[in-house]
Design a protein around this ligand. Sequence first.
Ligand SMILES: Nc1ncnc2c1ncn2[C@@H]1O[C@H](COP(=O)(O)OP(=O)(O)OP(=O)(O)O)[C@@H](O)[C@H]1O
Length: 376
Amino acid sequence: MRLFSSASDAAVDAAGVEAAVGAVHDPELKIGLAEAGMVAAVEVDRRGTVHVTLRLTTPTCPMKQQLADDVTAAAAAIDGVRGVEVGYAAMTDSERMALAQRLRGNRGRQHPFGPDSGTRIYAVASGKGGVGKSSITANLAASLAAQGQRVGVLDADVWGYSVPQLFGVRQAPVALKGLMLPPQAHGVSLMSVGFLVDDEEPVIWRGPMLHKAIEQFLTDVHWGELDVLLVDLPPGTGDVTLTLLELLPDAQLITVTTPQPAARTVAARVGRMALDARMPIAGVIENMSALACGSCGEHTALFGEGGGAQLGEQLGVPLLGQVPLDLSLRAAGDAGVPVVVADPDAASARELARVASSLPHVRRSLVGRSLPLAVV
Ligand SMILES: Nc1ncnc2c1ncn2[C@@H]1O[C@H](COP(=O)(O)OP(=O)(O)OP(=O)(O)O)[C@@H](O)[C@H]1O
């Protein structure tokens, strides 16, 4: 229990406490605790201590501590409250079922990112692997979340997933009667195959199974209302990319390349594929641009120069930014904290934050809406 020295000895407004506790937002469910049916009891004793019992979706709820902190802060803000004690109970099966149904709403088996959704979707692609596509995705997401946007990251790089590592999240998502609650980190909702398999275990999905898995990541995950969904695609133009193009026809492509000709040429193929599918391309991000020496400031173009600008020209889209090679970005990624959060003044972080705040919103032309693609 936490005790406070209250400024006044006024009788506590029990209804006010209950309303304040009920209004606390559950970050995974994305609704208030009262609406989620999670407030089992709120009592105020004669000493001004508030006793709250929360009904958790699962006893091992990863948000338990944060919920306790938020509930404590909300109750403590009410006049006369001298202490707050938070206890827990678990939902029954039927309560979990009712909650899952409420969260799904009436969309049934449809995913929530259809043409009527207000979510901007960016699919982050590269030709070659290892050019920093996942690092860029993670940092754009964390930066947008820090600006107050509701952001999700779908790690569609099923074989080479790195979103769990980049966000420092290892826990499996809470499952609520067939609906997965995406883990949260740095204000971003996350979903990745990496949450569902052991680190050492190879993912050997192919064809229909892959298609099904990607579909489920869109349909059976409680994304809630998002302003932006970033999809980290696997490198190249494989099955997953085609599946996503089919499932998310309103997605816009962001192509990541290094300045090197080899990376640019392969990235151009992904760009061409998007153009052929009439998928809008938001632009190109050049990563691993010139390295600035920490002490003398001199720039070394380790991977050459100009690849991003040339790719942009080739595809007829803007160069959105040039993220320098930066030790801070690599170290932050290894530590599981995006560099825009861990070291916002680092050169890479400043450029990534700038790109995030000026991401264009390119709409798909209504001409030829159906895709000339099929998934086998
Ligand atoms: N600008 C940068 N400066 C320094 N290191 C970087 C930079 N961008 C990425 N890296 C590092 O390069 C490695 C590869 O990055 P990342 O995993 O983001 O690439 P990727 O294109 O998503 O790879 P893949 O698609 O093969 O999984 C990581 O160790 C990352 O920390």
